[in-house]
Design a protein. Structure first.
Length: 359
């Protein structure tokens, strides 16, 4: 029997990626939708359509809203009915997430794209193919908090592509430090960024992004300890900027390895990374966790963000670096709203079902 899924924040950018990934899914059924009181009480079709102009706000290029969602009512998130629901996907802004997620998690496994619980000791911060073994700490979370469900979180979308590549390098050579500069897509900021600010521009500051990238990367790359994650003491120096690109984060990384590696060895480490995870055959898993480009004009967000439905991390311009000890440098493109948020959350759920944590 399919697991009944609720999507909270279903009208937003990350929530719509969840819906697109759940469309005609073999294991999950879209059973309930929720958003703020602005949308509550309307059908989903009405909630995403401007009453006056008829303009539909659907943010997943190349797809239409799932038929299964259009007729469902949008509920008010705080009072959403949970009877029969087997998993909640929560994709709401931070303050709302802080209040809502424990209400759901007390009864139902809840997979969150939001920030408030990411760094709590008993909450896993998951990237498919990288650290899904961290989910083991939800047993401690349930015990401590007396919950039937649990909260499992996804990282800040800027951390996702970086952590995937660092994990591939750490497994082979050990990672000592990383210096990264990001050029982040507009949709990573949700629906509210003003066009006048971003067109023909680079915005040099994204509040709290650099700190999050640093601390989250250490937790993601850590190991399961005694009821918590023991962080990897990797030093990360980040400069985060917003670029006039709709979807997709581009990141220039220079990484100090513990053991020297040749370019060929780095390419091999990237291309072979995550084969075992992909071999499980989960519906939203990419065939390759990392796609390496030899063409020096790649990766580009416009050309590469949608590769494998936005679930692969595209890497190119791999070079050795002489400034950092055992240095290697490269550019990556990652889809912030797909692997970095909604579709990544569905892939986490697919793995949790496979591993016996759902249903
Ligand atoms: N966008 C990305 O690429 C991305 C990547 C990683 C993580 N995230 C995280 O995912 C979460 C959602 O981001 P987003 O980009 O999808 O934002 P968004 O496009 O602005 O959508 C926000 C969603 O939250 C709902 N919402 C807002 N206030 C609420 C409240 N008080 N109670 C219940 N629902 C409420 C909105 O409903 P209404 O339509 O009714 O207002 C909407 O469905 C954020 O925590 C963000 O940090 C986003």
């Amino acid at each position: 029997m399919k697991i009944q899924a609720a999507v909270v924040g279903a009208t937003g950018i990350a929530g719509q990626q969840v819906l697109a990934a759940l469309d005609k899914h073999p294991d999950f059924e879209i059973a309930a939708l929720a958003a703020s009181e602005r949308s509550a009480g309307k059908s989903y079709a009405a909630a995403i359509t401007d009453e006056q102009s008829g303009i539909r706000r659907w943010y997943v290029p190349g797809s239409e809203p799932p038929e299964a969602a259009l007729k469902l009512p949008v509920q008010e998130a705080k009072s959403m009915r949970l009877d029969g629901i087997g998993v909640v996907f929560a994709a709401v802004e931070s303050e709302a997430a802080r209040e809502l997620e424990p209400i759901y998690a007390a009864r139902v496994p809840t997979i969150s794209t939001a920030r408030p619980y990411r760094m709590e000791a008993d909450v896993p911060l998951l990237i498919p193919g990288v650290n899904l073994d961290h989910v083991a700490i939800v047993n401690e979370q349930r015990r401590r908090r007396g919950w039937k469900g649990f909260i499992a979180t996804l990282p800040n979308c800027t951390a996702t592509g970086l952590a995937i590549t660092l994990k591939a390098l750490d497994l082979r050579f050990g990672v000592d430090c990383a210096i990264v500069t990001t050029m982040q897509g507009i949709s990573g900021a949700g629906r509210d960024l003003a066009a006048l600010d971003i067109v023909e521009n680079i915005i040099p500051f994204i509040p709290r992004e650099e700190e999050r990238l640093t601390i989250e990367t250490r937790k993601i790359l850590g190991r399961v300890g005694d009821g918590q994650i023991d962080e990897l003491p990797v030093r990360v120096s980040a400069t985060c900027t917003r670029a006039g690109v709709l979807n997709g984060h581009t990141e220039a990384a220079t990484v100090g390895l513990k053991r020297a590696a040749s370019i060929e060895q780095v390419i091999e480490a990237f291309e072979s990374f995550g084969r075992e995870f992909s071999a499980i055959g989960l519906p939203n898993a990419p065939r390759r966790m990392i796609t390496v480009h030899r063409d020096p004009m790649r990766p580009q967000p416009r050309l590469d963000r949608d590769a494998e439905n936005g679930m692969t991390t595209s890497v190119g311009r791999i070079r050795l670096d002489e400034v950092v000890p055992n240095g290697v440098k490269y550019l990556l493109v990652t889809h912030n709203a797909a692997m970095g948020a909604g579709r990544g959350a569905v892939l986490v759920a697919e793995y949790l079902r496979h591993a016996g944590y759902l249903g």
